[in-house]
Design a protein around this ligand. Structure first.
Ligand code: CP
Ligand code: NVA
Length: 309
């Protein structure tokens, strides 16, 4: 299908708009099949290794269950317990694991670790989150938006808060899919300049837009989607206090969502801190679709694995 077999899934910018739309359609179809009780096992006999150097609830469970549903098996590999934790190189790890497995998913800190793993591996590598990107989440999110709104092109997604991995992957995906991604951050917490530039160039090809804002109200104005994420991502916990100060005016609350469209959707990749980046009334209110997003991790990742493995 579209010749995706053998590809890595590291950054949404590496995929064409057609390929991303294909994956979203596949995710929707696999979701339908699972709900109808139809068995689909194209990965029978195949194995995915899942390297985790950070915590996870959704990513671990959805990859493991997804692999099982596709007829294969997933192995949980803690970075601590692997020899990687005692200094074995990524290159040697990549080559060794390639002799046993059919695919590797990795969640780690430095993005270059994933790039290096993919370079050393002879099997597909999936990025399960780095400090720089979270492509599986953003793909599932665009699937979710498509299901709720019936389209992606021309929608406005306001991302409020930290210019982190989520903001980057939402910009990269939105730029491919014709979405206006408006990012509002405090000074010093802007998204990566190179990713912004890349996404802006890509958006010109698709009718999308990438805009940066200081004022969250400006970003939220007329938005179809309001998205936020934690103020201190994994690996930045020691900055919690200074970040709480810097982000004080960036909470998604009833005052802010008033600027969005009446039928706006609230989104968050989870885990969330109620009362910090988002008010309880918003995240637990009628416009929130956080658990649809979480569910779609399963379907979107099944689509990715079925396509590339
Ligand atoms: N959204 C997300 O990736 O969740 P986990 O950290 O629980 O995997
Ligand atoms: N930005 C968050 C996302 C968690 C899924 C983090 O990196 O911790």
């Amino acid at each position: 299908a579209l010749g995706l077999k053998g590809r890595d899934f590291i950054a949404l910018i590496d995929y064409t708009p057609e390929e991303l739309r294909y994956l979203i359609q596949q995710a929707i179809e696999l979701k339908r099949m699972q709900k109808a009780g139809e068995v689909y096992q194209p990965l029978r006999g195949k194995t995915l290794g899942m390297i985790f150097e950070k915590n996870s609830t959704r990513t671990r469970v959805s990859f493991e269950v997804g692999m099982y549903q596709l007829g294969g098996q997933a192995l949980f590999l803690s970075g601590q317990d692997l020899q990687l934790g005692r200094g074995e190189t990524i290159m040697d790890t990549a080559q060794t694991l390639s002799r046993y497995l059919n695919g590797i998913m990795i969640r780690t800190y430095a993005h270059k670790t994933v790039i290096e793993l993919a370079r050393g591996a002879t099997i597909p590598v999936i990025n399960g989150l780095t400090d720089l990107m979270h492509p599986c989440q953003a793909l599932a999110d665009y699937q979710t938006i498509y299901e709720k709104k019936g389209k992606l092109e021309g929608l406005k997604l306001a991302y409020i808060g930290d210019g982190n991995n989520m903001s980057h992957s939402l910009m990269m995906g939105g730029s491919k899919l014709g979405v206006h991604v408006a990012v509002a951050t405090p000074e010093g917490y802007e998204p990566d300049e190179e990713i912004v530039k890349m996404s802006q160039e890509q958006a010109e090809q698709t009718g999308g837009r990438i805009t940066l804002h200081r004022d969250p109200k400006e970003a939220a104005a007329d938005a179809d989607i309001i998205y936020t994420d934690v103020w201190a991502s994994m690996g930045f916990e020691q900055e919690q206090e200074e970040r709480e100060k810097a982000f004080r005016d960036y909470q998604v609350n009833d005052d802010l969502v008033r600027y969005a469209k009446q039928d706006y959707l609230f989104m968050h990749c989870l885990p969330a801190h109620r009362g910090e980046e988002v008010a309880e009334s918003v995240i637990d209110g009628p416009n929130s679709i956080i658990f649809d997003q979480a569910e779609n991790r399963l379907h979107a990742q099944k689509a990715i694995m079925a396509a590339i493995m």
